[in-house]
Structure formats: C-alpha cells, structure tokens
Design a protein. Sequence first.
Length: 321
Amino acid sequence: MATVTTAARLHFGFQNLALAHDRLYGGVGLALDEPRLVVSADPADAVECPDPAAEPYVRRAVDALDVPGARVEIRERFPRHVGLGSGTQLALASLVAVARAHDTTADARTFAPRLGRGGRSGVGVATFEHGGFVVDGGHPTERFTAKPPAEGDWEVPPVIAHHDVPAHWRFLLVVPDTDPGQSGRAEDQSMRQAVERADPGIGDEISTLLTRRLLPAVANRDRRAFGAAAARLGRLNGAWYADEQGGVYRPPAGALVERLTDAPAVTGAGQSSWGPTVWGLTDTDGMDAARKAGEAALEAAGVDGEVSVVAPRNVGASLDE
C-alpha cells in the first residue's frame, strides 16, 4: 500500500488577467498544513474507489500511468470547491499513490495537465511539490483563446519565486456555510469573461505590489507587511471578478473580510480563490484571539460556518509505504 499525505492551499490571486500584457494569470499563494488529504492505494486489476469525488481522478491516473487498476481509499479529506484547492491535491495525490502502488513513480508537474490540472494557476501543483509561498510565471497571453484549450493542451506554469513561510505564522480560516465556489465549466466561463474585459492597469499595480511589497515581506519575515500586501492583492483581483461574483468579494466574504480587517489579532484578510473561504493572518501568540475574531465575524454576518487556525506547510506531499 502507498499513502500520500498533502494539504490545502490559499490562493491570493493572479498577477494579470488583461490581454494587453505579455503573460496571463500568474498565480500567487501558499501551502497550509491543514486541512489535510490522505490517499492510499493498492494495486488492483480494475479501478476500485467508493469515493465519488475521487473516482474520476483515480481513473485518469490509471489511464495516464497505463496500469490495470488500483484500489484507492480516501482516508482524510477537506471540503471541495471552498477555495482551498482540493481538486488539484486530490488529483495529484491519487496519481502518486497509484503509481507507487505499482512500483513506479510519476512526476506531478508532468502529469498534471493530463489530469486536467494546472491550466491556469500553477500554485496547487507547486505547493504539492514543495509547499511554501509560491509565485508562478503564468502563460503566454498569445495562447489565450475564446474557447478553453483541449484537455491537457498546456504546461503547468513555472515557479518564478518560492519562499518558506515563517513557522510561527498562523492562518485563520473562516468557511461560511454557503454555496460552493465556482468550478468546472462555470469557472472557465467566468474566468474568460473576466479576462476579456480586464483592466490592464490593475495588472500594473499588482506587479508593483508583488515586487516591492509582497515578496520583500515574506523574504524579511515581516508578517504585518505580508498580510497587508496579500490583502491588497486580493482586493485588486476582486475588481476583475466583481461582475462574476457579485462584488469585490463573493458574499458573504466581504462582510467577513471587513470584520477581520478590524480585528487587532489579524494582520490582513481576504478571500481564497473563488471562496467562500476567508483567510486572516496571525501568529502563534494571536491564535486564540484570531479564532474568536473569526467566530465573531460569522455571527456579525449572520451565517454559520467553521473556524480554524492552521500552520503553514513548507514541505511538499509525503509518500509512505
């Protein structure tokens, strides 16, 4: 039996969505140590996976690896379509577990397009590989087409910056009980509509923000500067998506972000990917206060939800046999 353990990621946003610039997308995000995903696989003569969410990924992995089958169990998981990157982690963990169960190996970056992953952002693949804070280089804008590319007709964007996240930083996660975030064809359509009308000036501002504020902050381990810069990156991205998600943040994320921004224990807050998960940055000393701030934010917004405070993850997925 081969067992792969990986975990969630935060996606702060993209560097550019405007067709006026040379490169498109360019994801920015980081790996979390929780919630986790644990996938185990044994060799088999056919695909045996009782988990309906995982089964399609297992079939793709079996086909891509050209093996007869696998018996796969999802031992631990986190919610789908809440902005924490479950799809990419599930696809890649299934791939690596199935490969090892058959006494072979599979490079996650190489196989990701064949599993339908890494078509826009490379953050999920990069955090699976190495953890930490990641900036990817995006795709050449000239490859953008009105219709989505054929399945697998892309390469995962290269990592252009990677830093370990300080071990004493902690991330508040507030997941409201609301409809899941966008995925699949609906996400593709929303992204393409956003790209076709994106203001190139926002990309220019993000470029300056990234090089002068966000990257220096993580390199210098400056939590307050990092939180403020990541929050600003999210707000700028939200301006691109406002028509697609009902505002700069997808409701009720805006109310949660506003409340957390005023919390003394939290330095920076924003929406991860399409939401509904909202993040806030604190440290080990502020964990209890940050958790209470998250609970108070949910109460003020009039919604139920889950609140947790988790550590960053500076290693990639692990493989046990």
